[in-house]
Design a protein around this ligand. Sequence first.
Ligand code: G3P
Length: 218
Amino acid sequence: MKFFVDTADVAEIRDLLDSGLVDGVTTNPSLIMKSGRDFFEVIAEICEMVPGPVSAEVAATTVDGMLAEAAKLTPIAPNVTIKVPLTWDGLKATRRLSAEGVKVNVTLCFSAAQALLAAKAGASFISPFVGRLDDIGVDGLELISDICQIYAQYESIRTEVLVASVRTPGHVIEAAKMGAHVATLPPGVLRGLALHPLTDKGLAAFLKDWEATGQKIV
Ligand code: G3P
């Protein structure tokens, strides 16, 4: 499973990149607002730091507007991925952009029918929002399961399932069991994947016992 970081906070990205476990970054207009940074500048800085795909979302809602904005964003760096909302115009824009070889991440996906259309439009990534479905009492992971099952039926579908709106390590594990290709994680959720109380307890015991030996390795 590939791990993307869902943030425009450059300091967080730099720290997590150092682990060697980060494969890309996703941003959205809310994350850009939260960063307080100029959109083009922060995307350029992230693209320079991150070897993998960096999603930069359009603000336009019409096909022509999305295409015009994509034309401004793609030259920022080779690893820019254009993020468009899953609307009829977003699907039309995806079809046009993917035909030109531009990588598109179709976002705000909340149904398998939407995901099927995004794959048909040639999206590189589909971003189903698990957490926001959970928030309204709908099983977000069931959507991931449905999309993975549908996509697996067609060799022609090359769209990668990019699990988004991830709230817990459980979301990650269950999505990985389903074969989702990517999970985009808030920095805290990514760091949280490594944590377990028994690991902390066991390490403390090892260190205490090692200290009792009075020995040193270096
Ligand atoms: O950036 C896309 C998605 O991961 C945002 O999820 O629900 O935490 O805003 P959310």
